[in-house]
Design a protein around this ligand. Structure first.
Ligand SMILES: O=C(O)CCC(=O)C(=O)O
Ligand SMILES: [Fe+2]
Length: 262
């Protein structure tokens, strides 16, 4: 239902993997963009550290050194228009329900391109407009930030990962009669860019030095209900990612490849 290209680490403005010819002229820009994304994530992680009264507040930021190997990925996504998919139905899903694996995700969308939905606490789907009320006149839409499973796990469920999906159109909250947010459409191809930020691979996911996080331990069972990947099971960031990837590939195999995960 969609195609994507993942960019891993860049060194000195060069990708450390083969990249398509068409993007080669933009290699240095991509490296700069990936760096900017990582920097922004580290700033957000500092704010989370402050907000959760972590001591030191830079606890999460320090775990995301840009100089160390990590599972961080920059992904370019293309979703074909419905008329390119003979079987596409109104309620068809362009990307299956999932939560992201890492600590924080940055999502860049284009104005007018509908589709993203979030699972609500009452198990319904709500549209996530590209331009939320008040931002319609901004030259560029805001960057959407998702909490990932790793950060949910690390904070004992205090910060919760969000389950989301991409559809053509469906009934649900915040939508007009066509099943869309006003001013948005799913008739055209859809393009998005995602930055999945992960801590350095060797980061031990030890107790977060914060009273708030410590005290939320009792709420863990409910906080992570329905999301087995956010449960406390593993030790390092790399192990956490491997566990998710393994589960995904087994699930894809069992589902005959119909479920799309990160
Ligand atoms: O394309 C989008 O809007 C969302 C993509 C996404 O959730 C993902 O790749 O994990
Ligand atoms: Fe996602």
């Amino acid at each position: 239902m969609h195609r994507g290209f993942n960019f891993g680490a860049f060194t000195d403005g060069k990708a450390t993997q083969p990249i398509p010819n068409s993007v080669e002229p933009h290699e240095a820009d991509l490296a700069t963009f990936r760096d900017s994304c990582h920097k922004l994530c580290r700033k957000l992680l500092l704010l989370f550290g402050i907000g959760l009264a972590v001591d030191p507040p830079s606890f999460f930021t320090e775990a995301h050194s840009p100089d160390k190997a990590s599972g961080s990925i920059l992904r370019f996504l293309y979703y074909p228009p419905p008329n390119a998919i003979p079987s596409a139905q109104e309620v068809d899903v362009r990307a299956g329900a999932h939560s992201d694996y890492g600590s924080v995700t940055l999502l860049f969308r284009l104005k007018g391109q509908a589709g993203l939905e979030i699972l609500t606490p009452t198990d319904g789907w709500a549209a996530v407009p590209v331009c939320p009320p008040g931002t319609e006149k901004d030259p560029l839409p805001p960057i959407l930030v998702n909490i990932g499973d790793l950060l949910s796990y690390w904070t004992n469920g205090l910060l919760r990962s969000t389950v989301h999906r991409v559809t053509f159109a469906s009934s649900g909250a915040n939508k007009n009669a066509a099943g869309l947010t006003d001013g948005e459409s799913t008739a055209d191809p859809r393009y998005s860019i995602v930055y999945f930020c992960h801590p350095a691979n060797d980061t031990p996911l030890t107790a977060v030095p914060s009273e708030c996080v410590h005290n939320s331990r009792s709420g863990l069972a409910t906080a992570n209900a329905g999301n087995p990947y956010a449960e406390r099971k593993v030790l390092t960031a790399e192990e956490h990612l491997k566990m998710r990837l393994q589960a995904t590939y087994l699930e894809m195999y069992n589902n005959d490849g119909h479920e799309q995960k990160e």
